[in-house]
Write a protein of this length. Sequence first.
Lengths: 303, 272
Amino acid sequence: MEKKPQTGRLRQRRDKRISLVFFGVALVSIMALALIVIFLFKEGLPIFNKVSVHDFIFGHYWYPTDDPADFGIFPLIMASIAVTLVSSIISIPLGVMTAIYLAETASARMRELAKPVVELIAALPSVVIGFFGMVVIAPFLQETFGIPTGLNLFNASLMLAFMSIPTICSISEDAIYSVPVELKEASLALGATRWETIAFVTIPASLSGICTAIILGMSRAIGETMVVLMVAGGATLIPSSIFDPVRPLPASIAAEMGEAPFRGDHYSALFASGIILFLFTLIFNMVADHISHRFKQVGASTL
Amino acid sequence: MKLRGLILVLFAAILCFAASPVIAGSIVIKGSTTVLPIAQKIAEIYMKQNRDVKITISGGGSGNGIKALIDGSTDIADSSRFIKSKEIKHAVENKIYPVPFAVAYDCIIPVVHPENNVYNITLEQLKAIFKGEIRNWKDLGGNAGPIVVISRDTSSGTYEVWAKKVMKKERVYPGALLQASNGAVAQAVSKNKYAIGYVGIGYVDKSLKTLTVNGIKGSVETTLNGTYPISRPLYMFTNGWPEGDTLDFINFVINPEKGQKYVGPAGFVPLY
């Protein structure tokens, strides 16, 4: 028996149904995200009845269980920023240069081999990286530099760089690799060397992708918890050297949330720290999004 | 008709469960996170031997445990401190009569790297170190070198003992390193020759050197005879003298042949 051709109306209706299903699925994940954000704000905001926003963000002392308690997260914010900056100083050159190598100069076989390996680093559980930092890197730093403790800003940054390199490398590599070949050929035809082509044509053309990669890498570093909990040291001081122990926001939340009394001041102060952290990553992601739209390389004709 | 009957039965069942957590065959335990590992371990063994009894354990802190005992939502309240007079008053107003049972002792020991040549320390010195006033080992008779202070997260029970017995309500200075568990403190101290930290007695091993406090070594004996200064008893509170399953469980916990055998391995000092 031959199947009857479907009428246009039926097909349209089916089309509509399918798109509705997809809309529903998308809605579920967005709703879940929205609910989490609402929950975060609902649990965190009550602390601002006890301390002002200014005192919370710029207060220098974090003694949440004392009586009277002090809820000042300025040292924690500074620690998060410091750790993220130092780790990007390490991870950006490494990540981007590896990406350039893989996309431009590596042989096809090398590329095939190296890319999965770099991406495999991303698959390492953060607790393993943290443990490595604690047991191997910390004593090494202590011996080599003669510093009191190896659990410090530098160690944490090093481990975080480890974790953000795969993100940075893999996204930038995609961006560089997708630069239209006409651009490169044109440059070479004009007599530019290979290096000049990479430096003045390929990289500018893929800059938006590289910037997006860097910012996503940084937002990974600022939100990472286990590593900073294990190797950053945990002192609530504003760091004055890269060998000072610090306590970034996620470490504080992770260490204290388990035993903070439910819906108490300490509990909402930790959620409020979560709000600050959320705002940081939100800004990072918005900047990344903006850059990737603004400076997008469209086709071969524009540069 | 059939459906309505079913709903009624269901409704009755839900009412039954909601009305009293104290049904035969179930014990609810709430309170101190310090006592939690002891209660958990012993309850596990107890439930294996008494399959008809179901024990539900949750943390939340000593204060919350006692609050739950007062409002009748728990059978046993775990507490790492004795009940406060304000709480007793509150309880009696609610016709609840808390009865304490000491179930174990907590003993916190200052530890340093095995290469450190300091042996004894006074409570005053410990306090000064954790306040950030003494910052070099040579002030304590050791080799010159900075002191790296390692403390616990402020919501842990171990920190609570330390804050009360050593710091006497003064603050640990912000430069102290934070570790989130006894194990992490032990790990950090054993890797750093300048470090000083504190752990529960169950976490002391060969990779750490213990310091005597005011000349007294922290041990099971000195904790039990009350001479070691950084220790405290841990309690379970019941409403009135316990009955039925609760009585049976409390007896199991404090029995030296049964429950107390598991106190040591959980990192605490048993009663006997």
